[in-house]
Design a protein around this ligand. Structure first.
Ligand code: BMA
Length: 320
């Protein structure tokens, strides 16, 4: 079944809690990376205490025959990492060197969700860089290159009930983040992304600018619906959005996305580029993992054809 530019690869989830080698309540929102001929998913596994940890599953074709690493990659440790007391959630992985990746994730504690970073060279061990942005903040993703000598991190603070996508810059250390600004605001009102938005997968470089898949939330009769949308950012200075599709590009349309622990949720944290296709792994109803693919060109066409800025925002000088 196809919803906009994306096509679901299977008619069922790719991974369910029954596939996880520990007793799991849910498995969802994976970060994704390709390494040594394998696809690795950094899965958020909610164990039966209700707390999430990150476990790695590997597959040669990225679709089936997943094998799980024995040990969790990131798990709460109250003594060492008090800001992860309530779990590690929703990884987004960015390659920053030949064999070096940064994992952005949510460190959850009694103080709220915060943005944390970790470095890895093998996805077996990690070096935590620590909590880099204080609560309430989540949905962070790093760009894979620097701009004028600065790394750029997208993130989603909650500021007085508003939830927009912001950026922050860091010199080489990746630890000190400053010069924040709003990149994409929630659209307000009855829009599909009116209530809150946040980064989906790390930005994808294209010849039309950086493509950003983000999630947007609207409440229907008091229940949130999570869908995915697209924006293009300036190729040289991605602190500037150049186009934003008005319509969502992927929403909860099949049973396993509509029914589960949190109904009506599709939520991505990672994509792979395979030839001219984008493979998007996503959490379905906060319960299982799905996979949908699209031609990269169809995604950038989708933003340009549905660009709300062209028709309204830019002419009126409004930031949408
Ligand atoms: C967001 C995040 C995601 C989750 C989504 C839907 O706030 O916490 O991990 O998938 O809500 O419940």
């Amino acid at each position: 079944m196809s919803d906009g530019p994306f096509t679901r690869v299977l008619d069922r989830p790719l991974i369910t809690p029954a596939d996880v080698p520990v007793k799991a309540n849910a498995v969802f929102n994976p970060g994704v990376v390709e390494l040594d001929g394998e696809v690795l998913l950094l899965l958020r596994v909610e164990v039966r205490r209700g707390i999430s940890e990150i476990r790695v599953a590997r597959s040669k074709n990225g679709v089936d025959r997943w094998t799980f690493d024995e040990r969790a990659l990131l798990e709460p440790d109250m003594e060492e990492y008090p800001y992860e007391e309530w779990g590690c959630e929703d990884t987004r992985v960015t390659q920053v060197g030949p064999r070096e990746w940064i994992i952005a994730y949510t460190a959850y504690s009694r103080y709220g969700p915060a943005v944390a970073l970790a470095r890895t060279s093998d996805f077996v061990t990690v070096e935590r860089l620590g909590t880099v942005l204080s609560p309430t903040n989540k949905d962070a993703a790093l760009f894979p290159e620097t701009f004028d000598g600065h790394w750029l991190l997208l993130h989603r603070p909650v500021t007085g009930g508003q939830e927009h996508i912001w950026y922050a810059s860091s010199p080489q250390d990746l630890t000190y983040w400053s010069q924040p600004g709003v990149l994409i605001p929630e659209r307000g009102g009855p829009w599909w992304d009116g209530l809150r938005i946040g980064v989906g997968a790390p930005p994808i470089k294209t010849d039309r600018g950086w493509l950003l898949i983000y999630h947007g939330v609207k409440e229907a009769a008091g229940h949130p619906v999570y869908r995915l949308g697209l924006a293009l950012l300036d190729p040289k200075n991605p602190r500037k959005m150049i186009a934003r599709a008005s319509d969502w590009c992927f929403g909860p349309e099949v049973g396993y996305e509509q029914y589960g622990l949190v109904p009506n949720v599709v939520f991505t944290c990672g994509t792979l580029t395979r030839g001219d296709e984008i493979w998007m792994y996503y959490g379905a109803a906060d319960t299982s993992v799905g996979l949908a693919t699209a031609k990269l060109e169809d995604l950038t066409d989708f933003v340009i054809i549905n660009d709300y800025l062209c028709t309204v925002g830019r002419t009126k000088g409004t930031l949408f």
